[in-house]
Structure formats: structure tokens, C-alpha cells
Ligand binder design. Structure first.
Ligand code: FES
Ligand SMILES: [Fe+2]
Length: 374
């Protein structure tokens, strides 16, 4: 059906998981993939990924919930460049290079809500639609055309509860159609953070895209509630969704098909190509954007929203309680990825091998290779 997500519905997910539990099986791809280790340490490769994929694609920038009202803005670096996204007076989200057209000062910092952007250096003032409204002592700039000095616009799109930005100079294909709504209007942003991790952005990403590591890496956190190597893995266009069921999903066997709701019984991890993840947990949802800072360093930008429904105060309490638990598991993952990174300069492996249970990672590398060839 047009406009519908290409992914399984709650009933179909439940059936697939229950069948895997009964058969001691899991979703599996059909090939092994060997990814050259050189692709994690080559500066040329890193520059190509930044220039030709991260800047060219529509990449997830923030949740729509981070821009709740007219004038709400988020400023941060994406693919190494300062960007600001702002909700305009017409309700439309726009994105600009966060750079003053006078002498290049950063215009907006962090996040907030404003009527206009006033440059901290000399006070040039821009409307929310990017046009240059005011130059103090304008007589000092004889002949300067204000129309030619608006903020440099970028392509922005609001889809599925997220704001996407492309830094491409020419139009790019919008490949977001197969994704479902991941964050709804009534979900509230309650936390934002950014954390530097000592690892290549692809190593960080890979850690989210398989359940093969759950038992060994998370023996006392996630494993007791989940399964050893049991996932549903789906692809839609360049994106993927990996479903991590909790053991309690077995209760849904007794629930009629049309009443099955999997929230609270699974964790969904959406990989939004190239560098974003949406993790839908029982009481909160995170958008994680992996912003590469160099071949071996990544900024993990996180936006956390409460899940929908119920009393807002209770929703917030449940979200923060769960987040404290998942943070322990996340720290186990960070320890793994930074330890992998320390081995990247070694010559022990010419390539990393990804097996049949790591097929969402295979899909990523295949898609990335294709995008680099475009
Ligand atoms: S650099 Fe922005 S007003 Fe001068
Ligand atoms: Fe993990």
C-alpha cells in the first residue's frame, strides 16, 4: 500500500519471534562479508565517506520533537560542518549553514527558541527563514546587497518524526519512504547529550546491528531479559530494522493477532542510512547520530524522547528509570568498540568477517559501497 512502511507489523513480528523461539533459530542472511580493515583506517576512504555519503545523503539531524515551536532551533556539527535547523513562522523546518555571512562567526549555539538569529560578533541579524534583516551601521557597507547575504540554505525535510538535512549542492534522491513513523507528535524530548567515543563511526554503528554479541558482551544486563542470538532483521531501501525481543514476548502467544502490541516486548533498532539509529525501548526512544570526528573518533549525539501515552510525569519517570539501565549496557558496548579500535592499526586482520547473523551490517557495507560508487 502506498505510504505504508515496508516493515512487518506487530503481529507479524510476534509470529516470527515465537517461531524462532520454538525452533531455536534466528533471521540469517545468506553470505559472509569481508570488509577490508583498511576501510576503517584510510584517510582517503574517510574523506570519501564524509564528502560523498554523509554530506550528500539526507541524514537524520534531530527529532521533530526537538523543534516543538516556532523559533525552536538546534545547532550542531554534521559531517564536520556547523548547521542550524529551525522551525519557521510558517511551521516549516529549515536548515542553514550556521555561519554568519559577514565574517563567518558561528551564529546559533546549542539549542533554544528565538525570534531571529543575532550574530554574537557584530550583530548582523537574520530572520528565521535565513534572510538578512539588519546590519548595524549599515552605511559602513556601501553597495552591499542584503538579499545576497542571507544564510546559506541546506535541504531539510521533516519525515517520520525526524528532521533530515542534506548538505548536497544539487537535489538528492529522498530514500526515506520505506520507513515508518518512528517518533510521534506527542512524544516529548527530555534529554540531549553528546559523547565522544574513541572509535571509527562504522565500528560504533556495527555494535547496534546484531544480537550475536548479546550473551558475551551483556551477560548481566541485556542477556537475562533477552535471548542468545535471536533477532528479526529487515531492510527497507538502504535502511534496516533489527528487532531484539525480550523473553516476556512469549506472553503474546496467548494474545489474539489483532490485539498484539510489541512495545515493551521488543527493542527496535532502526538503522537510518548512513549514520543514525533510532532505538525504540519500552518507555523511551533515542535518536543517536554518529558524527565522525576523524578516522578513529566519533561524536555520539543522542536525543531522548518519552514514549507516547499516559501521564507525562509518569512517562518521564519511566523513561529516566529505563534509560539508567540501558546506559549500563551502552557502556559495555562502548568498551567493546573502543577496544576494537585499538586493534585497527594492527595487521592481524586484513578484513573483518561478518557472518549470516550480522546481515544488517552486511546490508550497510553493501549500501555504503554502492553509495561511494555513485
Ligand atoms: S561575523 Fe557576524 S556580524 Fe560580524
Ligand atoms: Fe550491545
Amino acid at each position: 500500500m502506498p505510504g505504508m512502511s515496508a516493515l512487518l507489523n506487530d503481529h507479524e513480528i510476534t509470529e516470527r519471534v515465537l517461531s524462532h523461539i520454538a525452533n531455536r533459530s534466528t533471521d540469517a542472511g545468506d553470505v559472509l562479508w569481508r570488509e577490508p580493515v583498511e576501510n576503517y583506517r584510510s584517510k582517503e576512504r574517510f574523506a570519501a565517506e564524509t564528502e560523498r555519503v554523509l554530506r550528500r545523503s539526507f541524514t537524520a539531524f534531530c527529532p521533530s520533537a526537538a523543534l516543538p515551536e516556532v523559533g525552536s532551533f538546534i545547532a550542531r556539527d554534521a559531517a564536520g560542518r556547523p548547521i542550524v535547523a529551525v522551525r519557521g513562522k510558517d511551521g516549516v523546518v529549515r536548515a542553514f549553514q550556521n555561519v554568519c555571512r559577514h565574517r563567518g562567526m558561528r551564529l546559533a549555539a546549542d539549542s533554544g527558541c528565538t525570534n531571529a538569529f543575532v550574530c554574537p560578533y557584530h550583530g548582523w541579524t537574520y530572520e528565521l527563514n535565513g534572510s538578512l534583516r539588519h546590519i548595524p551601521h549599515a552605511e559602513g557597507f556601501p553597495g552591499l546587497d542584503k538579499e545576497q547575504h542571507g544564510l546559506a540554505p541546506l535541504r531539510a525535510a521533516e519525515r517520520h518524526g525526524l528532521v533530515f538535512v542534506s548538505q548536497a549542492s544539487t537535489a538528492v534522491a529522498d530514500n526515506l519512504a520505506g520507513l515508518p513513523e518512528m517518533i510521534a507528535n506527542d512524544q516529548k524530548l527530555y534529554a540531549t547529550s553528546s559523547r565522544e567515543t574513541e572509535a571509527n563511526w562504522k565500528i560504533v554503528l556495527e555494535g547496534f546491528l546484531e544480537g550475536y554479541h548479546i550473551r558475551a558482551t551483556h551477560p548481566e544486563t541485556f542477556f537475562p531479559y533477552g535471548f542468545d542470538n535471536l533477532n528479526v532483521i529487515e531492510h527497507t531501501g538502504p535502511h534496516s530494522r533489527v528487532t531484539f525481543p525480550f523473553r516476556r514476548i512469549q506472553k503474546l502467544a496467548a494474545v489474539p493477532a489483532n490485539e498484539r502490541r510489541v512495545t515493551g516486548f521488543v527493542t527496535f533498532v532502526y538503522h537510518i542510512f548512513p549514520n543514525a539509529l533510532v532505538t525504540v525501548l519500552s518507555n523511551h526512544t533515542n535518536l543517536l547520530v554518529l558524527e565522525p570526528l576523524g578516522i578513529d573518533r566519533t561524536n555520539l549525539v543522542a536525543y531522548s524522547v518519552t514514549n507516547r501515552g499516559g501521564d507525562p510525569a509518569e512517562a518521564l519517570e519511566a523513561a529516566t528509570r529505563d534509560a539508567a539501565f540501558t546506559e549500563i549496557g551502552a557502556s559495555e558496548d562502548r568498551a567493546m568498540v573502543s577496544a576494537i579500535q585499538r586493534g585497527v592499526p594492527s595487521d592481524a586482520n586484513e578484513s573483518f568477517v561478518f557472518g549470516r547473523y550480522e546481515s544488517a551490517i552486511v546490508h550497510f557495507h553493501r549500501t555504503l559501497d554502492a553509495a561511494l560508487r555513485l
